[in-house]
Write a new protein. Structure first.
Length: 122
């Protein structure tokens, strides 16, 4: 079992809950998927072509400004692979087309969950 993450739709965030004076527990796969999808992964310095196709723009502005924030977790600086997803970047996207956005959401989700797939050449 793992710590349960309960999604609050109104606040658009997950949170831990207390049950009988202890943290609630839940399926570890569910917790891993929630963390992988809804933790902000650091944005690349320059968006890839698929990102720019849906209007995701690179963070701009002076260092420390909200517009220059690449999000992410500081611990990723020491990791081989960052955690989280770049779904948060879609807030910055210029909505250029309805067909490209769902495909980009799928790609970002696959990127975030890639670590769950076994390494093989299937």
């Amino acid at each position: 079992m793992d710590i349960a993450i309960v999604w609050n739709v109104r606040a658009a965030r997950g949170d831990w809950t207390i049950v009988s004076s202890d943290l609630a527990l839940d399926n570890p796969l569910k917790s891993a998927v929630m963390v992988s999808l809804f933790t902000d992964r650091v944005a690349p310095q320059q968006p890839i072509s698929d990102d720019t196709a849906v209007g995701i723009q690179s963070p701009t502005g002076p260092t420390g400004a909200a517009s220059a924030d690449r999000h992410g977790w500081w611990g990723d600086a020491f990791a081989d692979r960052p955690i989280g997803s770049r779904l948060w970047q879609l807030r910055r996207a210029v909505k250029v087309g309805t067909r490209a956005i769902p495909r980009e959401i799928e790609d970002i989700g696959n990127e975030a969950l890639q670590w769950l797939a076994p390494c093989c050449s299937c």
